[in-house]
Design a protein around this ligand. Structure first.
Ligand code: SF4
Ligand code: SF4
Length: 146
């Protein structure tokens, strides 16, 4: 059993208890929340696509304008305590979603591996993403949920 005083914050703290820097560090950088989703008008089912937000730098594997992302892209919403509970479209692997449900973060999370690229096989790039553009029909790019 781990000593609660030496255990890392991602194991012992609730989302409510995180400092702003711990909150930021909890993001694994998977990029899966930067992929478009489409909702079926008939049954409200949500489908994940491999089409990335136009602001995403696919090669660099990061948002190209993280500091201004909410102003740059309509629909890019800040993840808050309340929203983690509301955003049921977040991937099952999202560290915020996992901690919201009291679950541990995955063993490949960069906080555990101390390696920022350990997320890559589990993130957006495992889906062969394409950048959004006016020509794309999102329905052609639906993938199985990850
Ligand atoms: S899905 Fe969650 S862990 Fe992945 S990039 Fe988005 S906020 Fe971070
Ligand atoms: S603006 Fe950046 S963080 Fe927001 S969805 Fe687009 S790529 Fe992702």
């Amino acid at each position: 059993m781990k000593n609660i005083e030496t255990a890392p914050f991602w194991e012992t703290k609730t989302l409510e208890e995180l400092t702003p820097s711990e909150w930021e560090a909890l993001c694994d950088g998977c990029g899966l929340c930067c992929l478009h989703r489409i909702q079926d008008e008939d049954d409200d089912a949500i489908y994940l696509t491999r089409v990335a937000c136009h602001c995403y730098d696919i090669e660099g594997r990061v948002c190209s304008d993280y500091a201004n992302r909410h102003e740059r892209v309509e629909g890019c919403m800040k993840l808050t305590l309340e929203r983690v509970g509301e955003f049921d479209w977040l991937p099952e692997t999202c560290a915020y979603r996992l901690r919201h449900h009291g679950k541990p973060i995955p063993s490949w999370h960069p906080l555990i591996t101390n390696n920022p690229v350990s997320v890559h096989p589990y993130g957006m790039h495992a889906l062969d993403p394409v950048l959004e553009n006016d020509e794309l029909d999102l329905e052609d790019y639906i993938v199985d949920e990850v």
